[in-house]
Design a protein around this ligand. Structure first.
Ligand SMILES: [Zn+2]
Length: 434
């Protein structure tokens, strides 16, 4: 298994932390001089760049938020003059105005390096054919993967997202060895390939999947149905795009590219920094970004950090898969519920009786919140008798009550009846009119 930048990826912790401190000092000074809203927040806290001696002072710096990108739309937070910005990406939020991020030539090169670290794990080389089914365009997925595949000298198949029949035909005819897309689309492809019996015609060896939360169960399904290794990649356009962190061959957490990004976990309510291992909101500072740098950016993703040494030899800390969004948190009958808790219960109870496809429906009837969970049965359970189905429903229901502290109605549904989308899976339907 090749490592793309072994000197950096296995750098001793002490040297890595020294590098982070040096880069943080550089970045804070630069942003203080060039990004007026950042300077204003530093001044509010009575801070100057001289107060930041290294990563030990990171916690003193002000947070930044997605709202800042909207407030200073489009270029107000850029730290380079526009002649140095060589590309922009954008994403539309649910609430109106889109957000815009910019990259210098150097940023684009560093981005390709980060994604290449992930691709090297999946054994992508000059001999590989990478079918890139992430969307090309403003979304960072398509171009992020594309540039790294170019960097590694692979043959890129830039098919972009959607159009499943064409994806499958291309995969067969062009001899794709690797597929990159969202995990829910990979699930959809895997199911279709199985149904149509196409597997013997495929040359797939591995896939890199990201841009939405997924589970170990989904990974297992994708790996089994497609006979490939399925690796996770994480990122967001506000920080860079895919490649902020990536899975190694141990498939046990995603190594953060710590030479470029510092991660913290905070309590989303109190904003207090939490120790490694505690679940909380992920916060990133960019150490080397020139065009659009951020300090202590609140990602809203909920996960844990792990500083234990990894079997692969990389020294960069790992993050767990994001299990939800801090703003996805549902308050049901006064209780905080993360959809990821429900998913965990389903995984635990499953034992092959249900599929990873589920939907959470919240409503309010007679001033009382209701929680319904639709889950697809496996073919195996579907063909079993009604008593087995009821027993599984009861098991899920009692497990959920003990984890969440509130009751939920479980509805086991026939296989393949919960709607799949070719983009991101819609897991939560909140019908409450408040
Ligand atoms: Zn590792």
């Amino acid at each position: 298994m090749a490592m793309y930048q072994p000197n950096i990826e296995t750098m001793p912790r002490e040297a890595l932390e020294q590098l982070q401190s040096q880069r943080l000092r550089w970045q804070v000074r630069r942003m203080y001089e060039r990004v007026a809203p950042f300077r204003a927040r530093m001044e509010e806290r009575g801070l100057t760049p001289d107060d930041i001696r290294g990563i030990c002072d990171l916690h003193r710096l002000p947070f930044s938020y997605k709202k800042d990108l909207r407030d200073h739309y489009p270029y107000g937070l850029f730290a380079e003059p526009m002649e140095n910005i060589k590309r922009v990406h954008a994403s539309s939020g649910t609430t109106g105005k889109q957000i815009v991020v910019g990259y210098t030539q150097g940023d684009l090169a560093r981005w390709a390096d980060c994604v290449s670290r992930s691709m090297a794990v999946a054994d992508i080389t000059e001999r590989s054919f990478v079918q890139n089914a992430f969307g090309y365009g403003f979304f960072t997925g398509g171009f992020g993967i594309h540039s790294a595949a170019e960097c590694l000298g692979a043959t890129i198949i830039p098919i972009s997202a959607g159009n499943t029949p064409r994806q499958l035909q291309t995969m067969i005819d062009f001899g794709a060895t690797h597929i990159t897309c969202t995990p829910s689309y990979a699930m959809f492809l895997a199911e279709t390939i199985e149904e149509q019996g196409l597997l013997p015609q495929l040359k797939l060896q591995a896939g890199i999947f990201g841009a939405e939360p997924w589970s170990e169960n989904m990974r297992r399904t994708i790996q089994e149905k497609l006979h490939i290794k399925a690796y996770d990649i994480y990122g967001l356009s506000e920080i860079m795009g895919p490649g902020v962190s990536y899975e190694c061959e141990a498939q046990n957490g995603l190594h953060i590219c710590e030479d470029h990004f510092i991660a913290e976990i905070i309590d989303p309510e109190t904003e207090e920094v939490l120790p490694y291992g505690s679940p909380g909101e992920l916060v990133f500072s960019t150490l080397t970004k020139e065009g659009f740098p951020v300090i202590r950016y609140r990602t809203r993703d909920i996960c844990t950090l792990n500083a234990e040494p990894c079997a692969c030899g990389r020294t960069h800390i790992r993050m767990g898969r994001p299990t939800g969004r801090s703003d996805d948190m549902l308050i049901i009958r006064g209780v905080n519920v993360f959809p990821s808790q429900i998913e965990e219960v389903l995984l635990k109870v499953s034992e092959g009786t249900i599929t990873p496809n589920y939907q959470i429906i919240v409503d309010r009837v007679n001033n009382t919140d209701t929680l319904d969970v639709n889950v697809e049965m496996s073919e195996h359970l579907f063909s079993d008798d009604i008593r087995s189905v009821e027993a599984v429903e009861r098991r899920i229901s009692s497990e959920l009550r003990s984890i969440l502290g509130i009751g939920a109605k479980i509805h086991l549904q026939n296989p393949k009846t919960i709607e799949r989308s070719e983009g991101k899976a819609k897991r939560i339907i909140d019908n409450r009119k408040l």
